[in-house]
Design a protein. Structure first.
Length: 202
């Protein structure tokens, strides 16, 4: 991955697949509702999306924790998060790019990304992933790993090692040594797995 630009909210990268350049934009941990949701929406609309419009990206990934906690559907955090996601999808549709949304932690996304399912009906350029699974886009196979709890190790080993070749892996979760206390990589956990880069190169 070759970084093109980065900020606290997004990292844009290029990935070379057999001589073909694929550009991804990765955004995670928005946590709508942790701050004033209108202010957060305005910041994203004025500072993030104008930069994105100038990038000829192929995939826009929102990698978990869109929401800060579970909200009632009439909460402003839900409304502004949905408005932002719709704007991102509009940009993806204009660029014939994919919007890939992966669910985050159960304490944050709290099974709320289902509120976005209606967007799938209006566009072929969106995938919402809540289980360890593969998504295919422009003939590339993408392994998607949401942050899940109490999942048997076999689910991860089958996806990582026994499901054929994949071109890219996108996840929301913990990578070894990325946070305090996550010093040991394991796919066998009663909480959530701790991944190591070696998991993706075997």
């Amino acid at each position: 991955m070759i970084p093109i630009q980065s900020s606290s909210l997004m990292a844009t990268g290029c990935i070379l697949f057999g001589g073909i350049l694929m550009i991804t934009i990765n955004l995670s941990d928005l946590h709508f509702g942790a701050l004033d949701p209108k202010r957060q929406y305005d910041i994203l609309m004025n500072q993030c999306l104008p930069k994105v419009k100038d990038v000829p990206f192929d995939i826009f990934c929102i990698q978990g924790d869109i929401f800060d906690k579970k909200f009632m559907a009439n909460n402003a955090a839900i409304m502004y998060a949905c408005m932002f996601i719709q704007e991102v999808l509009n940009i993806c549709n204009q660029k014939n790019a994919m919007l890939l949304i992966i669910s985050g932690t159960s304490t944050h996304d709290a099974d709320q990304i289902k509120i976005l399912y209606h967007l799938i009906n209006g566009s072929n350029n969106i995938a919402i992933v809540e289980t360890v699974s593969f998504v295919t886009f422009k003939n590339y196979r993408i392994l998607c790993i949401p942050e899940l709890y109490n999942v048997p190790e076999e689910v991860y080993t089958n996806a990582l090692y026994n499901s054929g070749v994949y071109d890219m892996a996108i996840l929301h979760g913990t990578v070894r040594n990325s946070i305090y206390g996550a010093n040991t990589a394991t796919l066998n956990s009663t909480q959530h797995p701790v991944f190591d880069l070696s998991h993706f190169y075997n």
